[in-house]
Design a protein around this ligand. Structure first.
Ligand code: SF4
Ligand code: FES
Length: 252
């Protein structure tokens, strides 16, 4: 017959939320080796936690050299986009229990941008494309003395594309971008859309001409990878199609 103490231990063990999960992480340190390698980390973790929690646990308890970006941990800053089980996702929005954790979970940097270390990529080309489409309101004339009014219907025209958090999940899931990093990429087009279709803005024509370039919107092959990858649920491909249509009709 088991003792009361043993019963308690068994009950606690039965109620434990923890599982053993293996994270197969793509590691790269240019100071150590020229090639990236996969490294497995097996940890005890609650499957209701997120991949970001697992990365923290590994970094803090197992290997402090593991390098990745994160800031808000709540799907707002866009800094922890990575390829998890072969799909672009935000580590802070991906629950371990949704990844079949009985098998190793792969974690690697997003594709198409130079890897600097482990899961950290060089975001400069991504942000340069963003800057190139002039992602800010451009108007002429004197500053108004009151707010610039806009109807609810006019605001609705670009509501979806205001949600972008610049995580690069879309651009780095695009096969055209993988093959030619000169392509503006979905995220830059999404942010151009946000101003082209804003009734208060006066530089829509300029932005359209920028995207009419050989590395612009016509490179899109409508594969929908971008829409599938967007953690904000933005209809990225639809936005790109609307920009293409505006270029043809010059109506926006
Ligand atoms: S459109 Fe979506 S996937 Fe692309 S950068 Fe913005 S939030 Fe990220
Ligand atoms: S850490 Fe900010 S979006 Fe994930």
């Amino acid at each position: 017959m088991s003792t009361p103490t043993m019963d308690k231990v068994e009950a606690e063990s039965a109620a434990s939320p923890y599982i053993t999960a293996t994270f197969r992480i793509r590691r790269f340190n240019p100071e150590i080796a020229a090639e990236a390698v996969w490294e497995d980390f097996t940890i005890e973790i609650d499957p209701k936690e997120r991949v970001l929690d697992a990365l923290h646990k590994i970094k803090w308890d197992v290997d402090g050299t593991l390098t990745f970006r994160r800031s808000c941990a709540h799907g707002i800053c866009g800094s922890d986009a990575m390829r998890i089980n072969g799909r672009n996702r935000l580590a802070c929005k991906t629950l371990i229990k949704d990844l079949s954790p009985e098998k190793p979970i792969s974690v690697e940097p997003i594709k198409g941008l130079t890897v600097l270390k482990d899961l950290v990529v060089d975001m400069d080309p991504f942000f340069q494309a963003y800057r190139d489409v002039m992602p800010f309101l451009i108007t002429s004339g004197n500053e108004p003395t009151r707010e610039r009014l806009q109807s609810a219907a006019d605001r609705e025209r670009f509501d979806d594309t205001t949600k972008c958090i610049l995580c690069a999940a879309c651009t780095s899931s695009c096969p055209v971008f993988w093959n030619d990093g000169q392509y503006f990429g979905p995220a830059a087009i999404v942010n151009a859309h946000r101003f082209i279709f804003d009734s208060r803005d006066e530089a829509g024509e300029q932005r359209l001409e920028i995207l009419n370039d050989r590395d612009g919107v016509w490179r899109c092959r409508t594969t929908f990878n971008c829409t599938d990858a967007c953690p904000r649920g933005i209809e990225v491909t639809k936005a790109i199609q609307e920009v293409k249509r505006a270029l043809i009709t010059r109506r926006f």
